[in-house]
Write a protein that binds this ligand. Structure first.
Ligand code: NAG
Ligand code: NAG
Length: 156
């Protein structure tokens, strides 16, 4: 990949002066550095250019009802957060290279635990791009589908 890119911008037919040549090489080096840093840096198995998703979970339980949210993935525990009525808890992450990203959340209100699969890549990659807007009601959770621009609700 290196060699290919270095050869690419400089055509054999160009008669460039030495100074211009050095300058050009300098530009190319920077270009390659930027390219490599954007494409191939691996951190914890996640490719840097894989897309970011923002998940929002809104408390729509009613006046005075607190929602406790505890979201996790295979790698991350996002901790327990209290969300007051009308409030919106948010987190974001980068989708992993294998397309297996999954975040699930425990939701507690009125001392009862419910589960929400907040993001399953294969299920949500279209309707949740780039944001997943969840609303938690007493009887259901609803996701705003970004493609169809409509609410999709499921009973708890
Ligand atoms: C959330 O609120 C409850 C009371 O409703 C409190 O006991 C708990 O410590 C709070 N947790 C956080 C993480 O703020
Ligand atoms: C939940 O309640 C709302 C009204 O408060 C209703 O419109 C909705 O259909 C209910 N959903 C389910 C799954 O029962």
């Amino acid at each position: 990949m290196h060699v290919l890119l270095i050869n690419y911008p400089i055509s054999q037919n160009f008669h460039v002066e030495k100074a211009t040549m050095v300058q050009a090489l300098c530009h190319i080096s920077i270009f390659i550095l930027v390219l490599i840093s954007n494409l191939t840096i691996l951190s914890e198995g996640k490719l840097v250019f894989f897309p970011v998703r923002h998940v929002h979970i809104k408390n729509n339980l009613g006046d005075g009802i607190n929602l406790q949210v505890h979201c996790k993935s295979g790698d991350d525990d996002l901790g327990i957060h209290n969300v007051t009525y009308g409030g919106d808890y948010q987190f974001h992450f980068r989708v992993n290279a294998f397309g297996t990203t999954l975040f699930f959340c425990g939701l507690v209100w009125d001392a009862k635990l419910h589960y929400l699969n907040a993001y399953i890549h294969q299920r949500d990659k279209e309707r949740c791009a780039p944001d997943c807007f969840w609303t938690v009601d007493k009887n259901q959770s609803c996701l705003f589908n970004m493609r169809t621009r409509s609410q999709e609700c499921r009973p708890f």
